[in-house]
Design a protein around this ligand. Structure first.
Ligand code: HEM
Length: 472
């Protein structure tokens, strides 16, 4: 601890250094590396990864290059993106659940899907969807205020629930065959069993060899897939019968109406289903984690919390409108951006090089695994001042413009940048503002919550917080 830290009150010191695995200098053997990958991939990063712009060498998966140099990041993700495909490990972990969806598609199939789906997330469409986000959020706040006030609860579960409720409303107008609760439970079972890196995937075992976790998940997967099919069939029947006239179409209407602008072809039912699962998979836990860490970090910093509450109280009744215009909730947005800097919901992006390439002075041979880790980039000693400290001011207008586009990548970059980025940011601002308008959250765990990387970055043992009411 530095002399400056020692002079600070304990709460402020904690605020300055939110929890994270402490990197080590030493190199790890293969077995230790495998165990670390299995338990928490964040712990494989050594001190040099936080100091050096590029670290290359033989690793568990053959030759690998870890890139944390913004120019080289731009080269790989944008300028020469065609030379890199999503790596097989990432696809092995995601594809069984996400099928032919946009996140895991490659080549021509991806291009066609991206062209077809892009109009679903234009600013105008997102603004229309934002209006539907307020009601489910208000319901969550009321539920928390009524049932949870004064108690200690795992708020990560509440955040997962609210982002699910918002997706159910924006995606299906909450008209879910078989009921929203059964669907929500099937969804939880489905995603609980995805996202763990199986040692067989790491070792490159063929895909026909059953992975125990996924094999056990099969019944949940089948149930969930049947539910998605039923929802699509029900909506198509409503369209055909002329009894569905939404004033503002939801995402399912938009998926069914989507056409490739080049060929005029629509999506097959299987593709609509895969993209529903993809949007839920990609947009549910990611946003929930961003909110969970935002609440945690705010609870460690009373000065930030007071300023946030003041901003939200002055923002007016219509928080969705305030979230869309931006200025009135600038600090709320900055807190979320800073939370995603310290705890990026997608902590690692990986690609395989299709041909030899150079990124800056670094040679990237054909077949190399290229890792661009937002977690490393966002905490890199050469790119940030006091990278381990929680300072939302970095993202306020005036300061934010100084942050390199390729040093801050919570949503990725280039052609495969997150299609739901605006949707997620508006959603997170609305939820955080609505929660803090009525409730106050204080961290109540015995130990600091350690971030653990699954597909997303979660608190390892949930996020126990005491909730109290601010106003009625
Ligand atoms: C805070 C919330 C979110 C974060 C941090 C996040 C992050 C990301 C990142 C980093 C990627 C790029 C992955 C790569 O390049 O390998 C991505 C892609 C994607 N995201 Fe998000 N996402 C969020 C919310 C959402 C939402 C709400 C949706 C949909 C409703 C969504 C849908 C997608 C899809 C479909 C892709 C694949 C795009 C493509 O490959 O063309 N995401 N996301």
């Amino acid at each position: 601890m530095s002399a400056a830290d020692a002079a600070m009150p304990a709460a402020q010191t904690r605020r300055r250094r939110p929890p994270a695995p402490v990197p080590e200098e030493r190199e790890f053997g293969r077995l230790e590396l495998l165990l670390r990958l299995r338990r928490n991939p964040l712990t494989i990063w050594r001190t040099r990864h936080f100091r050096e712009p590029i670290v290359a060498g033989e690793g568990l998966f053959g030759y690998g290059v870890v890139i944390s140099d913004p120019d080289a990041v731009r080269h790989v993700l944008v300028e020469n993106a065609a030379n890199y495909r999503k790596d097989d490990l990432q696809r092995a972990v995601l594809a069984p659940g996400l099928g032919e969806g946009l996140l895991t598609a490659e080549g021509e199939a991806w291009k066609r899907a991206r062209r077809t789906l892009a109009p679903l997330f234009t600013p105008r469409r997102v603004a229309a969807l934002a209006e539907r986000m307020t009601a489910p959020t208000e319901r969550t706040v009321m539920r928390m205020a009524r049932r949870r006030s004064g108690r200690i609860v795992d708020i990560s579960a509440d955040m997962t629930r609210v982002t699910y409720d918002i997706l159910a409303e924006t995606m299906f107008s909450n008209a879910i065959a078989g009921g929203a609760d059964a669907f929500g439970k099937a969804l939880t079972r489905y995603f609980e069993t995805q996202g763990r890196i199986d040692p067989l995937d790491v070792l490159g075992a063929p895909s026909w060899l059953p992975r125990i976790g996924r094999w056990m998940a099969r019944p949940a997967i089948s149930f969930f897939e049947a539910q998605v099919k039923a929802i699509i069939a029900e909506r198509q029947a409503l369209h055909a019968g002329g009894s569905w006239h939404p004033e503002k179409p939801d995402l399912l209407d938009a998926l069914l109406a989507a056409r490739d602008p080049e060929t005029g072809t629509g999506l097959s039912n299987a593709e609509v289903g895969a993209n529903i699962v993809t949007f839920i998979g990609a947009g549910h836990e990611t946003t929930a984690n961003a909110l969970t860490w935002s609440l945690y970090l705010t609870s460690l910093a009373p000065d930030v919390r007071d300023a946030l509450e003041a901003e939200i109280d002055a923002a007016g009744e219509d928080l969705a409108a305030a979230a869309l215009t931006g200025e009135r909730l600038a600090l709320t947005r900055a807190v979320i951006e800073e939370a995603m800097r310290l705890y990026p919901p997608v902590p690692s992006l990986s690609r395989t090089a299709l041909a030899d390439d150079m990124a800056g002075a670094c040679v990237i041979p054909k077949g190399a695994l290229v890792v661009i880790s937002p977690y490393l980039l966002h905490r890199h000693e050469t790119l940030w001042q006091a990278p381990e400290q929680f300072r939302p001011e970095r993202f306020l207008p005036g300061a934010r413009e100084g942050i390199s586009r390729y040093a801050y990548l919570p949503f990725g970059a280039g052609p495969r940048v997150c299609i739901g980025q605006q949707f997620a940011m508006i959603e997170a601002v609305i939820v955080l503002a609505t929660l803090l308008r009525r409730l106050r959250f204080v961290y109540a765990g015995a130990e600091a919550p350690m971030p653990v990387q699954r597909i997303t970055l979660r608190p390892g043992r949930g996020m126990p917080m005491r909730i109290t009411a601010r106003r009625g």
